[in-house]
Write a protein that binds this ligand. Structure first.
Ligand SMILES: Nc1ncnc2c1ncn2[C@@H]1O[C@H](COP(=O)(O)OP(=O)(O)O)[C@@H](O)[C@H]1O
Ligand SMILES: [Mg+2]
Length: 248
């Protein structure tokens, strides 16, 4: 099989005053080791709900979700999430301490190893010079880079990203997408990436799962020959194909 993540016929519901609200319905897909897999769909369709279930934050109502054949039941350092919000960092800790902390707590690394690891991942995202800064001294893009460094330093089996660049200005967003591709070239870390941007999906995804408007169902899973290529004819063709699928 070679699949790292298996999602089979998964339904997810929120309890409400009026009964269960179905956010995700009968979704199946599999992510292979080393793959960049994108979940694409309109705002409110259920993307975050699905990602949170993979992260282990949300119970599923039906179906099965497995990482390396083991049922996902709770969060773990094998699946680390980078969120959209800039306030993921602990404001009272320095950049370095923010990356060191989970390495100590979740991975149990001794202090010198944790520090060494944190420093090397901060260097990878180009922030080694800001190790002693505090989060409030950083731009939004820099904070997201720290969050990415912190996630990768934990060496998860899978990196989960929920619209991590959506709150950035357009120029920074473009830069961060390119940087994520470069980081992936170095780490080859399996990526599950959520976005509502067709352009972003086509730039980053080896495969793109197009979800329907809520409840999220699988519209199509597309192989993307234009991954990593910006503005090429191939990329535009995939973008048009995705648009057609979304418009169905
Ligand atoms: N805690 C909650 N309780 C009830 N409904 C929720 C809750 N969180 C999200 N929803 C609803 O579930 C649907 C999917 O939300 P979400 O997964 O956040 O969508 P997306 O990430 O695609 O924008 C939306 O209709 C949203 O209003
Ligand atoms: Mg969301």
């Amino acid at each position: 099989m070679g699949d790292l993540l298996g999602v089979r016929d998964v339904t997810i519901a929120y309890p409400t005053e009026h009964g269960a609200f179905i956010a995700v319905e009968g979704v199946s897909f599999a992510v292979a080791e080393g793959e960049k897999f994108v979940l694409l769909g309109p705002s409110g369709c259920g993307k975050s709900t699905l990602l949170k279930a993979v992260a282990g934050f949300m119970p599923i109502a039906a179906g099965a979700m497995e990482l390396e054949g083991r049922r996902i039941e709770r969060p773990g350092p094998d699946r680390v999430v980078v969120f959209q919000e800039f306030d993921q960092l602990l404001p009272w800790k320095t950049v370095l301490a923010n990356v060191v902390y989970p390495l100590r707590v979740a991975r149990g690394l001794p202090a010198p190893r944790a520090r060494e690891t944190a420093e090397s991942f901060l260097a990878m995202v180009g922030l080694d010079r800001f190790a002693a800064s505090y989060p409030h001294q950083l731009s939004g893009g820099m904070k997201q880079r720290v969050a990415i460094a912190r996630a990768l330093a934990l060496d998860p089996r899978m990196l989960l990203m929920d619209e991590p660049f959506a709150s950035l200005d357009a120029l920074t967003r473009h830069k961060m997408r390119e940087e994520l591709l470069a980081i992936w070239e170095t780490t080859r870390k399996t990526l599950l990436f959520v976005t509502h941007s067709i352009e972003e999906a086509v730039l980053l995804g080896d495969r793109i799962l197009v979800l329907s408007a809520g409840p999220a169902r699988v519209r199509r899973i597309l192989a993307n020959p234009a991954v990593g290529a910006r503005g090429t004819e191939a990329a535009l063709a995939v973008q048009r194909e995705v648009q057609t699928v979304l418009g169905q």
